[in-house]
Design a protein around this ligand. Structure first.
Ligand SMILES: [Zn+2]
Length: 276
């Protein structure tokens, strides 16, 4: 799998040095299979020198090298660009994206191993050295994954399904006596609101990822252990509103429990999942 790029694609780069780097990588992998590790090595060898040293950390993180990781690097450079507005950096990010996509045919698409906000969340935790994944990601037997969400909302999906109990139209997993027409209506309404929901999530995500990078990786965007009420009131005002009178009793000790009560229903989930 060499780098499948024609001359024309490479020549469209405004910065000669980026085009030259891509040419070099192109020649280097002419007859070899490009693994993610090789791609990253070549990116570091040829493209890293074009980036100002203050951004080298984006390329030097100690994380398992996968194709998704390579894609994340190009998107992290894009978010760095948000504050530096450096067109050269933009082209380097573009070049990395091309290396990600064009080392196979048809071009590789970014595969959302998981939803994008989880990818960013894990990436932030990685940068803050908070060991999350191994601690929270459960084994299969528990049949619940806190990082898995209904395609239409934030709730836990039914086992083996993409939808939650609230949004799944008629399924044998739903509790007896569930009104099927009401379930179908909730599903349709969820589909109608999906675009708006995704946009809202993206808006918050973009804002907070930018803030995370601009704040030089301070954890302010993550739910804190202390001062949760103030954090929710400031950063999730609609959620804060939704708490209504319960705002009074909301404190660091009960915050997580109250939010789970408010936002999640364990109805229809397996007993083990309910326990969790
Ligand atoms: Zn749902």
């Amino acid at each position: 799998m060499p780098l499948y790029l024609d001359d024309e694609a490479i020549e469209t780069f405004v910065y000669k040095e980026v085009a030259v780097a891509l040419w070099a990588i192109h020649l280097h992998v002419e007859d070899v299979a490009v693994t993610p590790a090789l791609a990253l090595r070549l990116i570091r060898q040829y493209l890293l020198p074009l980036i100002p040293p203050e951004h080298w950390h984006v390329l030097n993180q100690k994380q398992p090298v996968t194709w998704n990781r390579i894609w994340m690097i190009s998107s992290e450079l894009a978010s760095v660009l948000g504050r530096s507005n450096d067109p050269l950096l933009f082209e380097v990010g573009n070049a990395i994206e091309l290396i990600h996509s064009h080392t196979t045919r048809p071009p590789r698409e970014y595969t959302f191993a998981t939803v994008i906000e989880v990818t960013y969340f894990l990436s932030m935790c990685g940068q803050l050295k908070i060991p999350v994944q191994s601690q929270i990601r459960p084994d299969r037997e528990q049949r619940i994954d806190p990082f898995n969400f209904c395609s239409l909302c934030w709730r836990q999906p039914l086992p083996g399904r993409k939808l939650c109990t609230h949004h799944a139209p008629g399924t044998p997993l739903l509790a007896e006596g569930t009104d099927k027409r009401a379930a179908a209506a909730r599903y349709k309404s969820g589909v109608r609101q999906k675009e708006q929901f995704d946009k809202a999530v993206n808006r918050i995500l973009t804002k907070e990822v930018t803030e995370f990078h601009e704040g030089l990786f301070t954890p302010v965007v993550l739910l804190p252990e202390q001062g949760i009420a103030a954090w929710v009131a400031e950063r999730r005002p609609l959620l804060w509103q939704l708490l209504g009178e319960r705002q009074q009793e909301f404190n660091d000790g009960n915050a997580v429990g109250m939010l789970l009560d408010l936002l999640h229903s364990a109805d229809g989930l397996p007993a083990k999942a309910q326990q969790m």
